[in-house]
Ligand binder design. Structure first.
Ligand SMILES: *Cc1c(COP(=O)(O)O)cnc(C)c1O
Length: 361
């Protein structure tokens, strides 16, 4: 079986984790700070605030902007559930814009339409899905014109670029995940990035029980801290991030070269102005059920990212999202299949995937 994800952990990660174990500084410690500085610097922001997961990073990001009950936040329904759930954690209201059929990212025209209906919208949360940056010229034009706060869910896009600039550096605040299947891992883990000193200070308070000083608590906070053990894994993984991404890009290039003449399958689109880091290699097919059975038979791992738009989840139906409709999202939810693209694939794996798919029809 060729797995859909396969994190690469070597002796180097194990050695640094062992060192942390032996030091006794399991939680707070120098590696968290070092990891924060390195990742923020890499992504082009002033501050990095490490967290316990991508989900808690998003929660902190939203709360650090003072988004509150009843505030409207426009976002995409075609993403992992954590994106819009992080808006719900603050009792704010996600409003769902549709996505583009080719890039899978939020459609600026759909956002503009929603802003006509909801001129009081406070923020926009974009998701750089599958490792591809959103159209940031269009996004920034909307954000500036309507005076919106911008949150970038960059959980799938470590190192991805738009016109040479890294994602996570455009928004007022951004969030990344280091879950094991992401482009790099810390086991569980995440980070909040920002250039703004006040947002950084608030984020730091939020993830540590609102505590500027031991046993003093200024605001309602949480324990969302990254551990020193996770940061040690992260520091070693971070050194390899560009190499991991290059390997993903090379795997994607070979898959596309081998598959793009097939009429029944659509390979991923990469606009010229973007550096796609291929967290997922997601194709579109029409007879998906049959295709999935074939992949299973041939022992090729796959993922369905995502089977339904967020507003069709029971949670959202119960919240009253019964009338929301994003036709493009609904259509592609029935077509998408993610194929293995991770850096642990061998040349033979890629050849096998290409040859096997070419024999399907
Ligand atoms: C993985 C992911 C998250 C959540 O990250 P966790 O570390 O799993 O909590 C949020 N948004 C997107 C788009 C993701 O892919």
């Amino acid at each position: 079986m060729i797995p859909i994800a396969n994190p690469i952990i070597t002796d180097e990660e194990k050695e640094l984790v062992n060192e942390v174990m032996d030091s006794g500084m399991l939680i707070m410690g120098k590696y968290v700070k070092e990891f924060e500085e390195k990742f923020a610097n890499y992504s082009g922001t002033k501050h990095g605030i490490a967290t316990s997961s991508g989900t808690t990073a998003l929660d902190v990001a939203i709360k650090s902007l003072n988004i509150k009950q009843g505030d409207k936040v426009i976002t995409t329904p075609f993403t992992f559930i954590a994106s819009s759930n992080s808006i719900l954690y603050s009792k704010a209201d996600p409003i769902f814009a549709d996505v583009k059929e080719d890039t899978f990212n939020i459609d600026p025209d759909s956002v503009r339409e929603l802003l006509k209906e909801h001129p009081d919208t406070k923020a926009l949360m974009i998701v750089h899905l599958f490792g591809l940056s959103c159209d940031m010229d269009e996004i920034m034009e909307i954000v500036n014109k309507h005076n919106l706060l911008l949150i970038e869910d960059s959980a799938q896009a470590h190192g991805a670029t738009y016109k040479g600039r890294k994602v996570g550096s455009f928004g007022d605040v951004s969030a990344f995940s280091f879950y094991p299947t992401k482009n790099m891992t810390t086991s569980e883990g995440g980070i909040v990035l920002t250039d703004d000193d006040e947002i950084m200070e608030r984020a730091r308070l939020l993830l540590n029980h609102g505590s500027p000083k031991k046993y003093h608590h200024d605001i309602l906070g949480y324990n969302y801290r990254m551990t020193n053990i996770s940061a040690a894994i992260g520091l070693v993984q971070f050194k390899k991030l560009d190499q991991f991404n290059k390997q993903r890009q090379e795997n994607a290039r070979r898959l596309t070269e081998g598959l793009n003449d097939l009429t029944w399958l659509q390979t991923p689109v990469v606009p010229d102005d973007r550096g796609h880091v291929f967290h997922q290699y997601t194709v579109k097919v029409d007879d998906r059920e049959e295709f999935l059975k074939y992949l299973q038979e041939k022992e090729i791992g796959y993922g369905i990212h995502y089977p339904m738009p967020a507003y069709e989840q029971k949670l959202y139906k119960d919240l009253g999202y019964k009338d929301t409709s994003c036709p493009v999202s609904e259509k592609i939810c029935d077509q998408v299949v993610s194929l293995p693209v991770h850096p642990a694939l061998s040349d033979e794996d890629i050849d096998y995937i290409i040859d096997t798919l070419r024999d399907f029809k």
